[in-house]
Design a protein around this ligand. Structure first.
Ligand SMILES: Cc1cc2nc3c(=O)[nH]c(=O)nc-3n(C[C@H](O)[C@H](O)[C@H](O)COP(=O)(O)OP(=O)(O)OC[C@H]3O[C@@H](n4cnc5c(N)ncnc54)[C@H](O)[C@@H]3O)c2cc1C
Length: 587
């Protein structure tokens, strides 16, 4: 069918459950649904097997106790809550810590090539702020190994998949989400999907920062923007984790992650004077203290002039045997060799980089349901598990633990709670007409979305970065409002329609995520975990609560707070026992 000269499908592509996102979380949910006989369609922006998950390097947590038999799920949970500074959803933490071992053994049984001990058990390494060696790994290509395994399993279970799709809007009928609209990223053709339930597994939002560890054009906050526009709440968006070690060069690779596994395998941080400065910031935990502590230490060394002239500190693993380094960190060896640096012999220049948004869509962790009927979220898109700061290795665990839970819950309730309802084709038509208007403006001037994206990223880095102040945030919000105004005058310029639309919708998603981060950061008048306010440097008991936001017709973004749930007794006991890693075991 044609409309105003632009082709699109009025006949929706139908499925029972539509999953937006083909990373580990989306695929694990899809596998569970397919095994229960539910028809499921997974959409991704890239080709099958190429989601952001493949960049995950260092590992996945589970208290298997293969190397440290004293480890237990309760201690994993206590580490997670301690590191999350007590604003995590305790229900989510308990589920994660209890179920991670089973999910990881399942991945092994499905063929995931995890590194093994000499006894054939899954090997486990140290990761920051964890009491025991609990992080399972496949060299430093853990995400790639996991996603490859999940893709093969999904194929075996008959999961349908569609590549190169950009979902731009969720559709609702009678208050219930039951479809989505978008376009094909290769052809620009518009697409309409009908479903009984929609799952957002579309990743995170750290690409809103100038320097970040994400792939270009991913993690723009699509999931948060789609959910927000559909009426769901976002939670704790101000908590953004800055990883201590990102690359600083070459151009185009600034911010690229230098995995925590380097420090887990004994890597040491030095300033340009040759001082091992973590001795001043954290003499007990040293380089393996929590990410926020190490990131702020690196930031301070650089800001106070003790970094290298090009703004870095030095991460060195050359004291370890070169063969060991090559075996445990093959990806890092390769990544730096391409830049002419041999990490088995010389240090790496690193500085902090935006890495993970702990905030996201508010869900019930027992089901994955949002407050909007028919809408679910999982993986990095969802909030709750990580609180104010994420333990490295917990997000890969989150994808498979909550993917499985969501899949089996949806399979159970689909028939009773979510019978099919007709799509609101009017809303779809309106949305497609808006895309046509954007396409019609092609070549006729208007602002280039890429310019505004660059401006937005600078703004977030400068006003809502590693260290924040009330004044800085207020100024940042003013600039953001101005930028939002200018984003109303976008043009597709001279790029093909599909590319132009991608840029425009990237920017639109980033604007929602950016506003939620900045407003949450301004409201939270304390420092907690990854959120550091120079004007409120202490953690405040009164702020031990979550900040939520949702869109309201009058007034736009509305913020409110909610109390945090009670920590279950078993986890509280482990917290009271106060386990912690003594870094010097590693020496
Ligand atoms: C460099 C790096 C290293 C990391 N290392 C680790 C680690 O060692 N351990 C650990 O636990 N965690 C690690 N993480 C975090 C972890 O990789 C992620 O949190 C996790 O992989 C997220 O998986 P996901 O399935 O939720 O989303 P993703 O893997 O990000 O997948 C999102 C999917 O959604 C699709 N999508 C997005 N928007 C749309 C849209 N509008 N329409 C259609 N499709 C869309 C994408 O194409 C993609 O298929 C790392 C992260 C980075 C950046």
């Amino acid at each position: 069918m044609r409309n105003g000269g632009h082709e699109y499908d009025y006949n929706p592509i139908k499925t029972d459950v539509l999953i937006v996102g083909a990373g580990a979380a989306g695929l694990r949910a899809a596998i569970e649904l397919a095994r229960e006989g539910v028809d499921v369609l997974v959409l991704g922006k890239r080709r099958h097997g190429d989601a952001h998950t493949v960049w995950a390097a260092g590992g996945i947590n589970a208290s298997l106790g293969n190397l440290d038999p004293d480890d237990r799920w309760e201690i994993h949970a206590a580490d997670t809550i301690g590191e999350g500074h007590f604003v995590n959803d305790p229900r989510a933490v308990e589920i994660l810590a209890r179920e991670a071992p089973e999910r990881i053994l399942e991945l092994r049984d499905w063929g995931c090539p995890f590194s093994l001990t000499e006894d054939g058990e899954l090997n486990q390494r140290y990761f920051g702020a964890q009491s025991f060696r609990r992080t399972c790994f496949a060299g430093d290509r853990t995400g790639e190994a996991m996603l490859g395994t999940l893709v093969a399993k999904a194929r075996e279970e008959g999961v349908r998949y569609r590549e190169d799709v950009y979902v731009t809007k969720l559709l609702k009928s009678g208050g219930r989400v039951n479809g989505a609209a978008g376009f094909d990223m290769k052809s620009g053709r518009k697409l309409l999907f009908g479903a009984r339930a929609v799952v957002l597994a579309a990743g995170g939002y750290t690409s809103i920062y100038r320097r970040g560890s994400s792939r270009p054009d991913e993690n723009n906050g699509d999931a948060m923007a789609l959910a927000y526009e559909a009426g769901a709440a976002l939670k704790d968006m101000e908590f953004v984790q800055f990883h201590p070690t990102g690359m600083i060069e070459p151009e185009g690779m600034e911010g690229r992650l230098v995995t925590e596994a380097v420090r887990g395998e004994g890597g040491r941080l030095y300033n340009a004077r040759g001082e091992r400065f973590m001795e001043c910031y954290s003499p007990e935990h040293m380089e393996l203290d929590a990410r926020d502590v190490v990131a702020r230490a690196n930031y301070r060394e650089i800001r106070e002039g003790r970094g290298t002239p090009d703004g870095a500190v030095l991460l060195d693993i050359s004291h370890r045997d070169p063969g060991y380094v090559r075996e445990r960190l093959p990806n890092m060896v390769e990544q730096f060799a391409e830049q002419g640096v041999d990490i088995t012999r010389e240090p790496m220049k690193v500085s902090p980089t935006a890495h993970y948004g702990m905030g996201g869509i508010e869900v019930d962790p027992r089901t994955g349901a949002t407050a909007v009927e028919g809408l679910y979220a999982v993986g990095e898109s969802a909030a709750g598990v990580h609180g104010a700061n994420r333990l490295g290795g917990n997000s890969l665990a989150e994808t498979v633990v909550f993917g499985k839970i969501l899949g089996s819950h949806l399979a159970d309730v689909l028939d009773d709670l979510l019978p099919p309802v007709p799509l609101d084709e009017c809303a779809a038509r309106e949305h497609f007409a808006a895309l046509d208007v954007l396409a019609a403006g092609r070549g006729s001037g208007g602002r280039d979305p890429e310019e505004l994206i660059d401006e937005l990223r600078d703004l977030l880095w400068d006003h809502a970065g590693i260290v924040r102040t009330g004044d800085g945030l207020r100024k940042g919000i003013e600039k953001l409002c101005d930028l939002k105004g200018r984003a109303g005058e976008l043009g597709l310029l001279d790029v093909p329609v599909n590319q132009g639309l991608e840029r425009i919708f990237n920017l639109r998603a980033m604007l929602v995520a950016a506003e939620a981060v900045m407003r949450g950061a301004l409201a939270r008048e304390e420092s907690r975990g990854a959120h550091h306010r120079e004007d409120f440097p202490e953690e405040a008991e009164a702020w031990r609560k979550n900040i939520l936001c949702a869109w309201i017709e009058v007034g736009g973004m509305h913020l409110w707070t909610e109390p945090v749930g009670e920590v279950p007794a078993a986890i509280q006991k482990a917290l009271d026992e106060d386990y912690s890693l003594n870094y010097h075991y590693l020496e």
